[in-house]
Design a protein around this ligand. Structure first.
Ligand code: C2O
Ligand code: CU
Ligand code: CU
Length: 497
């Protein structure tokens, strides 16, 4: 890394500001977790589903007795769960009633770049943005959040985010629990820090603040919110429950386990189902990553989902600087005294995605993470870093920073982890993904299938999903063009912000 030990230690101080590293023992889990309302759109008469979204300001009681100014979609904090089916044509009407320009990015969605909601699709206050596309990917748990140039951490911290569930006929028959809010429950995991007056601590979330502490991950909160609920429990009424987990935090990684170390099954990663349920007792999620797990419960029992200090180089800060011991209770699960019997978990999952096949002559691109730049360059809205051939499968080789933990997210596509330092990845990292941790030091190879949509002038993004790193420039742009035309495609565009 380019940072000296002194600067590094200072960054940790900025991130924690003396806040606690654990909430264990502090919670009573007295609040029933909120379940984001489901929004499935209205038919416009021609078979297209129309979604009306408004980004707006509001006030929320997140902590008991405190009023917190917040932002949300169709409400004061977070937004509805959008649900669509593969093959549907959809149209979104997003009205920005916030005091600042923002965007809404469909994280994990396969769609043309100009519908992606990245930093080139800014929506000014009072304006409405109307992207339209066809859902062309397998069942999966995606999400949406703002992506304004240099300002993503701020807007997400204030509360703009939500889930975007894709369903399909094959996955309907996978035999998994799928009754939303009953036995198929979303859990959006976020840490936040609050000032004494109840407002969300945004210091360190803005670009200008960031310049003071390059490399700092931004705010690491000591309060955990699940679906925007503090001190939460979730009541379950069936013997098997599917949880759709999203790490919607700006910087914090979670290493999740139940406090009795019970086994659960991983059934899906970011971009869809695994071929078989994978038994696990621990699961790590870096910011932006999702996982679907199925957990068995006995009548009347209670158990807490806890995040333990991360392993495998995920820990931030590293032990060397006195951190990395963070332990947080996320939510208590309370099973009713009578549970409806669920169908047994199937041995194989219909609707699963086969691993991406990598051709022997696949092109290799390298992405070298260092401090807060990739391949030595910070984000430039007018520079196209990579021009890629539509629909082709490539190997993207990502090298970690020597000291700082990052992660890697690519817009508009699905990837698989081929290997990490030459070794096959752990089983829990072998599914269809769009975001993955980049532990310090190592090299990871990804099998990447590029989007089929060509547009030489509108880029997709790749970046670190620690939002402050993204904001200070740990991001680059790639376009997708007709194979064979890479050489004549523009390497710079007019930046629109
Ligand atoms: Cu979830 Cu480019 O982001
Ligand atoms: Cu994304
Ligand atoms: Cu990073």
């Amino acid at each position: 890394g380019v940072l000296g030990a002194g600067a590094y230690a200072a960054n940790f101080a900025v991130a924690y500001r003396g806040r606690k590293l654990s909430n264990v023992g502090d919670l009573s889990f007295e609040n029933k977790v909120r379940v984001p309302p489901l929004l499935e759109g209205k038919d416009d008469g021609s078979g297209r589903r129309v979604f009306e979204l408004t980004a707006q300001t509001g006030e929320s009681e997140l902590l008991p007795g405190k009023k917190t100014p917040t932002w949300g979609v169709n409400g004061a904090f977070l937004g509805p769960t959008l649900r669509v089916r593969r093959g549907q044509k959809i149209s979104v009407s997003l009205t920005n009633k916030l005091p600042e320009s923002t965007t809404l990015h469909w994280h994990g969605m396969h769609l043309p770049a100009e519908m992606d909601g990245g930093p080139h699709q800014m929506v000014r206050p009072g304006e409405t943005w109307n992207p339209q596309w066809e859902i062309a990917q397998p069942a999966s748990t995606l999400w949406y959040h703002p992506h304004p140039h240099q300002n993503t951490a701020d807007h997400v911290s204030r509360g703009v985010a939500g889930l975007f569930i894709v369903e399909d006929d094959e996955a309907d028959r996978a035999g998994l629990p799928r009754d939303y809010g009953v036995d198929d429950i979303p859990l959006i995991l976020q840490d936040r820090a609050f000032d004494d007056d109840g407002s969300i601590d945004l210091r360190g979330a803005s670009f200008l603040q960031s310049l003071a502490g390059v490399g700092s991950p931004g705010v690491l909160g000591d309060k955990i919110l699940v679906n925007g609920t503090y001190n939460p429990h979730v009541e379950v009424s069936t013997s098997l429950v599917r949880f759709r987990l999203l790490n919607g935090s700006n910087a914090r990684s979670y290493n999740l386990a139940f406090t009795d170390s019970r086994e659960f099954h991983l059934v899906a990663q970011e971009n869809g189902l695994l071929e078989q349920p994978l038994p696990l007792r621990r699961l790590q999620l870096s910011p932006g990553e999702r996982a679907e797990i199925v957990v068995a419960f006995k009548p009347g029992e209670k158990v807490v989902l806890r995040s333990y200090p991360p392993e495998l180089g995920l820990s931030f800060p590293t032990k060397r600087f006195g951190g990395g011991e963070d332990t947080f209770d996320m939510i208590e699960v309370r099973a009713k005294s009578r549970l409806a019997a669920s169908a047994p978990l199937p041995g194989r999952l219909r609707g699963a995605q086969a691993a991406i096949a990598v051709p022997a002559d696949a092109r290799v691109r390298t992405f070298d993470f260092n401090s807060t730049v990739i391949n030595g360059k910070g984000m430039d809205m007018s520079r196209i870093d990579e021009v890629c051939p539509a629909g082709k499968t490539e190997i993207w080789e990502v090298s970690g920073d020597a000291e700082v933990v990052h992660n890697f997210h690519v817009h508009g596509l699905t990837f698989n982890v081929i290997d990490y330092d030459g070794k096959k990845p752990d089983a829990w990292l072998r599914g269809p993904k769009d975001t993955v941790r980049v532990p310090p030091g190592g090299t990871m190879r990804l099998a990447v299938t590029l989007p089929p949509y060509t547009d030489p002038k509108t880029p997709y993004m790749f970046h670190c999903h620690i939002l402050r790193h993204e904001d200070v420039g740990m991001m680059g742009q790639f376009t997708v063009v007709k194979p064979g035309t890479e050489g004549s495609a523009p390497r710079s565009i007019e930046a629109s912000h």
